[in-house]
Design a protein around this ligand. Structure first.
Ligand SMILES: Nc1nc2c(ncn2[C@@H]2O[C@H](COP(=O)(O)OP(=O)(O)OP(=O)(O)O)[C@@H](O)[C@H]2O)c(=O)[nH]1
Ligand SMILES: [Mg+2]
Length: 233
């Protein structure tokens, strides 16, 4: 029996196709960062870039509303059954770091309802520079800042800027208007992050999310390259 010929869903390069025992879950990538930096815009652009070749879903976290999920639904970046909203109440970072149960439930419900999935994007509620995801919730995390928040943010550091698997500096189109020095941001980010990657984006154009999409594809390639566990018995 050729278990490896199941390329059925959406003709996608499916994570599932590489693990015929069915044990592989979707790769989970978290997106965090300060309020308004462009997390939802990044999620929307990633969905548009990746949805034709990957099976994906999104979990959003808002404090008291479902605004981010509603934006994604309105923009129709994915079919509605692939988008779940978690209302975190209080501090958004709690729901992605300390008590991750509501988010884990959303992720698992999505896998049950529309899986098998290659990728789940989890957007954190906008928070401060210290908000990071629990490794129990996501496999990799992206921290999104923007040039309008001040070009000294990379220099100030904080766990998001320093340790995120990918740092995105968004809204580069605004740099001339707000007097942000992109070269300085790149130098400061490199000083804080060593070899960890940084992507500069402007989501004003559809192709702007390209470097982030490439990074996601590379993470997924690593994820699916992990050999399947030996069959039981
Ligand atoms: N000029 C410019 N505006 C952008 C860019 N990316 C996002 N925006 C705008 O910035 C605003 C905030 O973007 P969101 O994607 O909602 O930001 P967010 O990080 O999800 O915000 P919260 O979830 O509220 O923390 C929106 O009005 C976007 O249209 C960009 O690259 N350039
Ligand atoms: Mg948002």
């Amino acid at each position: 029996m050729h278990l490896d010929h199941d390329h059925s869903h959406h003709g996608a390069v499916s994570a599932d196709a590489h693990r015929p025992d069915g044990t592989r879950r979707a790769l989970r990538i978290g997106l965090g960062g300060p309020v308004g930096s462009g997390k939802t815009a990044t999620v929307a652009a990633l969905c548009r870039q990746l949805r034709d070749t990957l099976s994906l879903a999104v979990v959003t976290n808002d404090i008291y509303t479902r605004e981010d999920a509603e934006f994604l639904l309105r923009e129709a970046v994915l079919p509605p059954e692939r988008i779940r909203a978690v209302e975190t109440g209080a501090c958004p970072h709690t729901a992605i770091r300390d008590d991750i149960s509501a988010n884990l439930e959303a992720v698992e419900e999505l896998e049950d309802a529309v899986g098998p999935l290659d990728l789940i994007l989890v957007e954190s509620g906008g928070d401060n520079l210290t908000a990071t995801f629990s490794r129990g919730l996501v496999d990799a995390q992206v921290f999104v800042i923007d040039v309008a928040g001040g070009d000294d943010i990379p220099r100030k550091g904080g766990p998001g800027v320093t340790t995120a698997d990918l740092l995105v500096v968004n809204k580069t189109d605004l740099a001339p208007h707000v007097g942000s020095d992109l070269d300085r941001m790149a130098r400061d980010a490199a000083a804080q992050r060593g070899d960890l990657p940084v992507a500069f984006t402007s989501l004003r154009s559809a192709a702007g999310v390209g470097p982030v999409a490439d990074w996601v594809r590379a993470r997924l390639a690593e994820w699916t390259a992990v050999p399947a566990p030996a069959p039981a018995g």
